[in-house]
Design a protein around this ligand. Structure first.
Ligand code: AMZ
Length: 272
């Protein structure tokens, strides 16, 4: 089901994660490996320490899936997730991190990396996220307010550890847990965030999130052609076919899968 692309390079030039274990002791320095074109980011959204999903991000349309976030983290890793995408929804709504214990339990339970979003609105909050085991943080609201903040964080922690989360409705950026609209266009913010040093842009289409009706392919493609940095698509992925189609977009770095995994509409094994 999943498409693979060929990468040719010497051991020194390839990042270690691209070298399959079976080839890691291969004597030749030049070899070919296959690599998945789009990384799979299973999502874990947290509220009051529980794993939840919201429909279109609305706090009153919540389904609780588990009181044991670490168990879900292990499951998504075992089933083939490349990188976890964890959001502290309490923090996205209030600005205050309230799920750090759950985050620590998650990062302690897995070996794949984990990016953390929700409430990354100060240097201290970001520091706490890294201390809790996050490999990358996702800045949303604060990025729409201050690109200087993005610039400072990218220069301090490195661009690849700083993602800017752009949550958009009809192309306009939404903030504070999707309760407020800004005046900025998603494309504009993405370009400026990239210029400020963010190494990753996460583009979420609010209208499709949690609806299981497929991602917004057109907007994702538009974003992709405007950016040089890594782009992760999020919202609406509902079938193996959706992942397959996203995988055909040249250069798309990753896609976030939420509700479809929890409802069993999509199994990570089917797109590995
Ligand atoms: O579902 C929501 N209402 C929601 C959500 N999933 N609101 C925000 N978020 C996520 C964003 C991003 O990853 O997709 O929270 C993060 C942004 O948080 P903040 O606090 O930086 O705006």
């Amino acid at each position: 089901m999943r498409r693979w692309q060929l990468v040719v390079g010497s051991r020194e030039l390839l990042p270690s994660y691209l070298i399959p274990p079976s080839l890691s002791h291969h004597p030749s320095t030049l070899f070919q490996v296959t690599t998945p074109p789009v990384l799979l980011f299973p999502a874990i959204d947290l509220m009051s320490g529980e794993v939840v999903r919201l429909r279109q991000g609305k706090a009153d349309q919540k389904t609780v899936y588990s009181r044991d976030p670490a168990a879900f983290a292990r499951r998504w890793q075992e089933e083939g997730g490349d990188y976890l995408h964890v959001v502290d929804l309490d923090a996205a709504f209030t600005g205050e991190q309230r799920n750090l214990e759950a985050v620590k339990a998650i990062t302690g339970a897995i070996t794949i990396p984990c990016e953390l979003g929700g409430g990354m609105r100060s240097r201290e909050a970001i520091e706490r996220a890294f201390q809790a085991g996050g490999s990358r943080v996702v800045i949303g609201t604060r990025a729409a307010e201050s690109l200087d903040f993005v610039r400072d964080m990218a220069s301090e922690f490195g661009g690849d550890r700083i993602a800017v989360g752009i949550d958009a409705k009809n192309g306009i950026v939404s903030v504070k847990g999707w309760t407020e609209m800004s005046t900025m266009s998603a494309l504009d913010l993405a370009r400026r965030a990239e210029d400020a040093g963010a190494g990753v842009i996460i583009y979420t289409d609010i209208a499709t999130d949690g609806m299981l009706q497929g991602p917004n392919f057109a907007e994702t493609e538009k974003m992709l052609s405007s950016l040089q940095c890594k782009l992760i698509a999020s919202g609406g992925v509902s079938s193996a076919e959706d992942v397959h189609r996203l995988g055909k977009m040249p250069g798309l770095y990753g896609c976030i899968i939420g509700k479809a995994l929890y409802d069993g509409a999509l199994k990570l094994q089917d797109v590995r």
